[in-house]
Structures are given as structure tokens and as C-alpha cells.
Design a protein around this ligand. Structure first.
Ligand SMILES: [Fe+2]
Length: 439
């Protein structure tokens, strides 16, 4: 029992958690699912008969490539009025979201649009989630960022329907209750975490993912695999403290039998199809498997809780502006599949086998270490993943103290779920280990 991982229970009520719950948007997934977007909106109560105005939040590349046109044509044909805001940046800042919010208020006033569609990678989706939340709750983005960076106010209203359509297979932002934003002047990322920021529906169509270049395909897949593996190896929900009431139960609440099933399938789908998706991007079957694998990984990991690799990835991303997926890729061998293995070697033997390692005849500890070996081999096969933090961003020994300090001081939201406690010195050792995953 990890009593120090208190969530909200007062000291006189130190009981293990007994209840888990799963909260998800409606999900539609499969080839040409975009053709059901209008139906989805109607099902959420936005009828074309009421002359509704909606906003598609996306980026310029997706407009240029024609994908956004497919979405807006479909909606307009079904009788919906749609405006496109295509200003989402990669790893968006608070200022970037403020730009979208300003656009909404200028065009539609304080009440905003009748519905929102977030279309793109995790960045577009996080801008869409935050925009709807701030319009619905009033004020500005900073009001809802945790103290001391922001005002720490809680979201109390979800606002009008939000449908998210991911065009990468990775972040899981389409179903998660979190939006991640960069705070530029502080070199940190902050998450707004609330069930009110979660979308009402996710529509996943693999036909939008065949144009993803190999590098983004590979790096997004590593993020997805990270969610699945971190979710599979995090604390069981009943090893965490009981929430004093259902409302105070954290969104990352430990693994359950349900999240384990999703993790297992996700690891199988992702590790079994990523080589094909990267090296033969037109293969729609592999792309569909990746999109489904990323969704399942998110259902598992973003319910049970992402942990160590994610906690370490945010300081790295903030300082070096590295892509989230590649940061997770580089950190996972030393953290999730390195440092954490000692917490429960048998469990990591299972992970090794799910990743395709042959552990027959090995002792438990040796077999558990095969998870890391197999993961590194997979990354080498993809041929676009940096060999470690040094190659990723020129990280050296001198940078490690800052990174380790930031990890333990700013990422307790994630470290709380880690199956093995992490001190600053531990974090420094893991960063050191991650400088070079292979020669
Ligand atoms: Fe992630």
C-alpha cells in the first residue's frame, strides 16, 4: 500500500481505493468514419435544422494537404455552417490558444460557437479542447492552469459539443481529460486536467493517416506504445489511496483489469504494425491497426496513468523543444523499461513477451530486461529514432541536474502513479542512462 501517494483522503481515512470508473467520449473508428461526423454531431444534440455554426480547429498543413476540406465539405453538405481556424502550432503555447480564443470571441461573442471540431495531431486537439473550455467557463487560459503558474481555477462547465479527429496515431488526446500547453517564459509545460476538458466524441479515420511521413509515424507510435506500457506497469488502482469522494478521484487512477486488456491489445497492435506503417505508409491495414492501437493505448494509459517517461519528457520538451513522441521514445528504455523493472519483474516479463521477445529458458530478471532490448531493437528498425538524449537534443552531463530537478519538482501529477518512487538523484541517473540507448 502506497500511503504516501495520497490523493485527497484525510489522514484518519487511509483506505485503499475500491472503485474504478471509465469515462470516455463516444468513439467511432474505422475507414471513412469521417462520413459519420454529421451524424455524430446530431447525436450530440447539434441539429442542422437549427442553423448551427461550428469551428474546426486545425493547422495550415492539414488545410494545404486537403484533409480539412474533406471535413468541411462533409459538414456543409449536411447543412452545418463551418469556420476554420488553422493557427495551431506544434507543442502549442498559452499565447497560441489565446489567439484561437480571441478569434472565437471576435467572431461569435462570449458564447462562442455551437460546436467545435479539433482536427489534427495532439497539438490541434489540445488547442481545440482548451478553447472550448475557456469559452465555456469564461476568463482566460491562465486562470485554469495550476498555481503558481496560473490561477488554479477549476473548470465547472464542459460547453457545447466537441468532436476530436486525430490525424496521427499517438497522443490519445482525442479521449484524454488533459490538455498540455507550453508556458514559454518559464520553460515548462502545464496540463489542464479535468473531465470537463474531455471531448464528447472522437472520430478516428485511418484514411487521414496514410499521408503522415515515416518520422512522425514512428515517433507518434512511440508515444502510443509508451501510454500502453506505462499504463500496464503503473500501480493497480487498489494500491492507491481511496478518494474521499468520487469527484476527487484523480483522472490518473491506477490500472484495472479493463485497462490491462486495452494495454495488451495496444502493445500487440502497435509493435506488430509500426514497422509496416513506417516503411510502407500507404498500407491502410497497418495504418488502421496503428490508429486503433494508439486509441487502445490511450484508453489504458491515460486512464491508469502515464508515469515516469512522461514525467521526464516534459522538462526535456520544454527546454529543447523536442517532439513529444521522440522524447518518449528516447526516455522509455532507461525509465519505464529500465529503472521501473525492479518494481515488479514478472510484469515486465509479460511486457517483453507482448513486444515479441523470446524469453524461453531465461530467469525472471533476465527475461524482464528483454523488454528494453526488444524496444530498442524496434526503434533501430524504424531508423528515424535518435539513439539517446545526446543525439536527440545535444543533452550532456551538465544539463542533467536541471532536468532531474524539474522532473521531481514539476511532474508529481505523473510521478504519483509511478510504480517505483523517484528521487532527484534517481531521476538524474535515469537521464544519464538515457543519453545513449545504443552506440
Ligand atoms: Fe504521451
Amino acid at each position: 500500500m502506497s500511503y504516501e501517494r495520497s490523493v485527497s483522503a484525510p489522514e484518519h481515512d487511509l483506505q485503499p481505493e475500491t472503485v474504478w470508473h471509465l469515462q470516455m467520449p463516444q468513439i467511432r473508428c474505422g475507414r471513412d468514419a469521417v462520413e459519420e461526423l454529421a451524424f455524430q454531431l446530431a447525436d450530440l444534440g447539434v441539429s442542422a435544422d437549427d442553423d448551427p455554426h461550428g469551428l474546426v480547429v486545425t493547422d495550415e498543413d492539414l488545410v494545404d494537404i486537403g484533409h480539412v476540406g474533406r471535413v468541411t465539405d462533409h459538414l456543409e453538405d449536411a447543412g452545418y455552417n463551418v469556420t476554420v481556424w488553422d493557427g495551431a502550432d506544434r507543442e502549442p503555447t498559452i499565447e497560441n490558444v489565446d489567439g484561437c480564443i480571441e478569434f472565437v470571441r471576435e467572431n461569435e461573442g462570449e458564447d462562442g460557437y455551437d460546436f467545435y471540431v479539433g482536427f489534427g495531431g495532439g497539438s490541434c486537439i489540445d488547442v481545440a479542447k482548451t478553447t472550448r473550455a475557456v469559452i465555456a467557463n469564461g476568463g482566460q487560459v491562465l486562470d485554469y492552469i495550476a498555481e503558481p503558474t496560473g490561477g488554479g481555477e477549476a473548470l465547472t462547465d464542459s460547453g457545447p459539443p466537441l468532436v476530436l479527429m486525430p490525424t496521427t496515431a499517438g497522443t490519445g488526446a482525442e479521449i484524454s481529460p488533459v490538455a498540455i500547453l507550453s508556458v514559454e517564459e518559464k520553460e515548462i509545460k502545464e496540463g489542464i486536467s479535468s473531465n470537463h476538458i474531455r471531448a464528447d466524441a472522437a472520430v478516428l479515420d485511418p484514411t487521414f493517416t496514410t499521408t503522415l511521413p515515416p518520422e512522425i509515424t514512428a515517433k507518434s507510435a512511440m508515444d502510443a506504445l509508451g501510454h500502453a506500457i506505462e499504463g500496464y506497469t503503473t500501480h493497480p488502482f487498489d494500491g492507491l489511496l481511496r478518494a474521499s469522494n468520487p469527484e476527487s478521484r484523480p483522472v490518473y487512477a491506477g490500472r484495472t483489469e479493463l485497462t490491462e486488456m486495452f494495454s495488451e491489445k495496444a502493445i500487440e497492435l502497435l509493435s506488430g504494425n509500426v514497422r509496416t506503417a513506417v516503411h510502407n505508409g500507404d498500407n491502410l491495414e497497418a495504418r488502421a491497426a496503428m490508429l486503433k492501437g494508439a486509441l487502445f493505448g490511450a484508453i489504458a494509459g491515460l486512464t491508469a496513468g502515464a508515469s515516469l517517461a512522461h514525467a521526464m519528457a516534459y522538462p526535456v520538451g520544454n527546454r529543447y523543444h523536442t517532439y513529444h513522441g521522440e522524447t518518449i521514445a528516447v526516455l522509455t528504455p532507461a525509465s519505464t523499461l529500465g529503472y521501473n523493472v525492479a518494481s515488479d519483474p514478472e510484469r515486465f516479463v509479460e511486457v517483453a513477451n507482448m513486444l515479441g521477445a523470446d524469453t524461453d529458458g531465461m530467469g525472471t530478471r533476465e527475461a524482464a530486461d528483454q523488454a528494453r532490448q526488444e524496444f530498442v531493437r524496434l526503434q533501430q528498425d524504424l531508423n528515424v529514432i535518435p539513439s539517446g538524449l545526446e543525439e536527440l537534443a545535444g543533452v550532456t552531463e551538465e544539463d542533467i541536474d536541471w532536468l532531474a530537478t524539474q522532473t521531481v519538482e514539476t511532474q508529481q501529477r505523473l510521478l504519483r502513479c509511478n510504480p517505483r518512487p523517484v528521487t532527484k538523484d534517481d531521476a538524474a541517473d535515469i537521464f544519464r542512462d538515457a543519453l545513449h540507448n545504443w552506440e
